[in-house]
Design a protein around this ligand. Structure first.
Ligand code: PRT
Ligand code: ZN
Length: 288
């Protein structure tokens, strides 16, 4: 029997990227059953095999071609320095790698770090940052709980991932420099064969449709006809808004798509222009 080609994707086995990675694949219409506590699983309705791995190992597996593609944070990708292709930013797992110092330490720019001991799990990225700024400091690589290092006398300052800033605050630290802004990205092996490339293209088409949809809302509103022109002028649209007459004369129903960034501003402007009965509906997929 001929083996059917599948695309092998590496995702984090458990941790901060796991749920969003699996959710994204499911939103792409890819059936994944029994993903809990499995090392790998094959989709029944899309030629995709999923490997569940530690995030640190994903760049290497993709570079070596053990997996064809992978989902990993840019922080891990930058640190590992593996030769893989960045295919798409995925918009989740957002954080930054920052330098943080004890909150009562004076800070006068990057040169303040000269001669300091820096605790981090990202020695390569920190070393690059320091040499770019001509600063010499000693780097102490530790694999977890970096934020406690200054408090126990292991280091003077830290370079760690930050999202809300709560962990730094609780440990009496303040953020002073951003080394890298990061989010989860899709990476691929540099030498995918044609068949696997074709599957990747299909997957990417779906991922982009889901991303677009997640960033947009479908809005339905009622508009008095004498305000219609003004209301329409406020709206963007895939082409232009849909306008339908309402049963009550003098009124129309207007349908359009709004992006998340402009959403609240637009709603306020629409209300001010006389729009009523505004309904906002999530969009599942958006195909252009
Ligand atoms: O077991 P495995 O090796 O796979 O997982 P891991 O423990 O190495 O990684 P995990 O699951 O903690 O994180 C996976 C990825 O999520 C990271 O590589 C980042 O790309 C991304 N990410 C996003 C984060 C954060 N946000 C984050 N806040 N990773 C870690 N943190 C930690 C940070 O290290 C610090 O301890 O959260 C704390 C800070 O959070 P705030 O909100 O208090 O600032
Ligand atoms: Zn890890």
């Amino acid at each position: 029997m001929q083996n059917k080609t599948v695309l092998r994707i590496a995702v984090q086995k458990s941790g901060r990227l796991y749920e969003d990675s699996v959710k994204l694949l499911k939103e792409c219409g890819i059936d994944l059953r029994n993903v809990k506590d499995r090392l790998k699983t094959v989709s029944e309705n899309f030629p995709l095999e999923v490997f569940f791995l530690r995030d640190d190992d994903i760049p290497e597996y993709v570079e070596d071609g053990v997996a064809d593609i992978g989902i990993v944070g840019q922080n891990v990708l930058g640190e590992k320095g593996r030769q893989v292709k960045l295919v798409e930013s995925l918009g989740f797992g957002k954080c930054r790698l920052s330098i943080a110092i004890p909150k009562n330490m004076e800070y006068d720019g990057v040169s303040t770090l000269q001669g300091k001991r820096i605790a981090t799990s990202y020695p390569t990225l920190v070393k690059d940052f320091l040499s770019k700024h001509n600063v010499q400091a000693s780097i102490h690589e530790i694999s977890g709980s970096v934020e406690i290092a200054p408090g126990i006398g292991l280091a003077d300052v830290v370079a760690d991932l930050v999202s809300s800033g709560g962990t730094l605050f609780m440990n009496g630290l303040k953020e002073v420099e951003t080394i890298l802004d990061s989010q989860a990205v899709l990476v691929s092996n540099n030498k995918l064969d044609q068949e696997r490339m074709a599957i990747l293209e299909k997957l990417l088409f779906r991922i982009r449709s889901v991303k677009r949809a997640n960033k947009s809302k479908y809005v339905l509103l009622n508009a008095p006809n004498d305000q219609l022109e003004k209301i329409i002028s406020l709206l963007p649209g895939m082409r232009s808004p849909t306008v339908l007459p309402l049963a009550e004369s003098g009124w129309s129903s207007v349908h359009c798509v709004l992006s998340e960034e402009e959403f609240w501003d637009k709603i306020e402007q629409l209300k001010a222009a006389g729009a009523e009965g505004i309904l906002v509906v999530p969009i599942e997929k958006m195909i252009l």
